[in-house]
Design a protein around this ligand. Structure first.
Ligand code: GDP
Ligand code: MG
Length: 441
């Protein structure tokens, strides 16, 4: 996308508005990018039409060109579409809260069941039981047992000669009597959708009355994801999606298709085979990936908005009140730099050609430098941070040893801090926001 797009962006530069005539070619590129990312065709059509409507007549802000502005609109619309709805698991139910896992064979249901168990134990402090209703493949039950152990949850035994419905009822009964907070029910998948499978999972749903029915879908599935999603949505009242294998090299267009077709939120993304490879779905990051290009607009936004306005104001007020600028404030500023997503995440957003120019080494050096400075300040006592004048040779040696650096580096940091402190005194808070923004840029 990038090269052709940059050319188009240039073609229409200097125009202040997105119009029917300058938007057509650009939208064609956007459409191609989405198709390349394996978003299903009807979903692409819908989406492009929506973007066009939003974009037409839009004033182009400041120094942005219509092309850049359009990329911004596309990106935001993608993120908004995929990011709508509540993330994380709903557990508002009379315990045990039942979570039913649905999806095709190989989608990642069993793996995700264990990942969710771990998430619920560690992040939500829940007592979790898992059970497998996959009686068609004996190995599947064993697999759940193994990964459940890894997750630190409890596993309810089942065997291939039982009926899934009986297994589910027995597990629910056990969960009630032993006061589990959550029961995760793993199910069988088939290679393709079939009626027996659908009828079975519908029965399970009716018997269990789950608070969450999660559709697990492989991010690499591409165009087919739409049909699968439709079939599961028609069979079950889905409450959320887990997009697995986002660590693969597909651009993950399935996310948009599946979100659109099911109308339920994408709650989690699988990011590795490992038990801790589950993250709350990040719609913005995923939008950038689907577009397959560095989004200059998002980069611009990130750089200007990355400065934490509230923190900056607090700092300004502090300086104004004469409370002085200490090493805690200095640390806060270092953290803001990191908060802007870190230098390498900004790199991710640059178009490939641009990013190639700044070498990896440059970026990681700059980032390491920030981290080292943080390490030094973190090795100081609270008192030392408030009163840097206490820092004489002995203390400096202790701090250097604590942070694993040479004493010279501690001195260098203190020099930098003093320079900034001088500047702060001169400004007395006025213009501080401006300066922080400049630091950000
Ligand atoms: P199920 O048939 O739906 O239960 O699928 P499984 O949980 O058995 O997963 C199928 C395969 O996909 C296994 O080899 C998993 O290790 C792998 N897998 C599942 N989720 C992820 C993921 O997020 N990333 C990667 N790389 N592999 C995954
Ligand atoms: Mg399985």
């Amino acid at each position: 996308l990038t090269e052709k797009f940059s050319r188009l962006v240039k073609q229409v530069s200097g125009q202040a508005r997105i119009t029917e005539s300058n938007v057509q070619d650009m939208l064609r590129e956007v459409r191609m990018a989405l198709l390349e990312a394996d978003v299903a065709l009807p979903v692409v059509r819908d989406f492009v039409a929506r973007v066009k409507e939003k974009a037409l007549g839009q004033e182009v802000l400041g120094s942005l060109k219509p092309g850049q502005a359009l990329v911004g609109i596309v990106n935001r619309e993608l993120a908004a579409t995929m990011g709508e709805g509540v993330a994380d698991i709903n557990l508002v139910a009379q315990p045990p809260a039942v979570i039913l896992m649905a999806g095709l064979q190989g989608a990642g249901k069993t793996t995700t069941t264990a990942k969710l168990a771990k998430h619920l134990i560690e992040k939500r402090k829940k007592k979790v039981l898992t059970v497998s209703g996959d009686v068609y493949r004996p190995a599947a039950i064993e697999q759940l047992k193994t990964v459940t152990r890894q997750a630190g949850a409890e596993w309810f035994p089942s065997t291939p000669d039982q009926k899934p419905l009986d297994i589910a009822r027995a597990a629910l009964d056990h969960a009630k009597r032993h006061f589990f907070d959550v029961l995760l029910v793993d199910t069988a998948g088939r290679l393709a959708i079939d009626e027996v499978l659908m009828a079975e999972i519908q029965q399970l749903h009716a018997a269990l009355n789950p608070v969450e029915t999660l559709f697990v879908v492989d991010a690499m599935q591409g165009q087919d994801a739409v049909n699968t999603a439709k079939a599961f949505k028609d069979a079950l009242p889905l409450t959320g999606i887990v997009l697995t294998k986002t660590d693969g090299d597909s651009r993950g267009g399935a996310a948009l298709s599946v979100r659109q077709v099911t109308g339920v939120p994408i709650k989690f993304a699988g990011v590795s085979e490992k038990i801790d490879g589950l993250e709350v779905f990040d719609a913005e990051r995923h939008a950038g990936r689907i577009l397959g290009m560095g989004d200059i607009v998002a980069l611009v936004e990130q750089v200007t908005a990355g400065v934490d306005v509230a923190a900056a104001q607090k700092l300004a007020a502090k300086v104004k009140s004469g409370a002085g600028f200490d090493l805690n404030d200095f640390l806060g500023q270092l953290q803001q730099m990191k908060q802007m997503g870190g230098l390498s995440s900004i790199m991710d957003k640059l178009p490939a050609q641009m990013a190639a120019k700044a070498t990896e080494a440059d970026m990681s050096r700059a980032e390491r430098d920030i981290r080292r400075k943080e390490g030094i300040i973190n090795s100081m006592t609270p008192l030392e941070r408030r009163k840097p004048e206490l820092l004489k040779a002995t203390r400096k040696r202790r701090i250097a040893a604590g942070a694993g650096v040479q004493v010279q580096e501690v001195n260098r940091l203190l020099n930098e801090f003093e320079q900034m402190q001088q500047m702060m005194k001169k400004m007395k808070g006025g213009g501080l926001m401006k300066m922080m923004k400049r630091m950000g840029g």
